[in-house]
Design a protein around this ligand. Sequence first.
Ligand code: PNS
Length: 165
Amino acid sequence: MRIAVFPGSFDPLTSGHVDIIRRGAKMFDRIIVAILLNAEKAPLFTAAERVRLIREVFTDTPSVEADTFDGLLVDYVRRQQAHVIVRGLRAVSDFEYEMQMALMNRHLSPDVETVFMMPAEQYTYVSSRLVKEVASLGGSVHGLVPDAVEARLLEKHRARTSQKA
Ligand code: PNS
């Protein structure tokens, strides 16, 4: 059984993440999308909301699972009996951070391999941070996130603007 873990904050899941997960699902028997708990002090989506959205988007792909983790990623990977960490690489600017993480994880657990995948070109500029910023200012993120995420972002924006009014 080839099991991979795709870790991240996923606050929220973007179309770039979806692209990487779908590519990963072709390579592995199971791919666990693992949300790091407490990464940010004030996430826009709770961990439970993020798990729910990922499950909703991948209802058609049973090999894709959503979970949360705390502590060291390599410990979580070991508990899942996985040997691969999947990360997306969008641009050269991602490389330094990703290389440091991959080498640190290799130092901590030499039998865990990090596999980098590139998303489709149209997602190379998409990040959760920019998606949140644009959506919070009323801009369109259509196509940059799955429809279910877009709908939740719109709801959150409406709730905030009606509170202010
Ligand atoms: O989506 P992100 O925020 O870039 O994901 C970062 C993540 C969750 C992969 C990284 O912060 C992580 O693995 N954190 C767990 C703590 C850990 O294992 N740190 C040491 C290895 S770098």
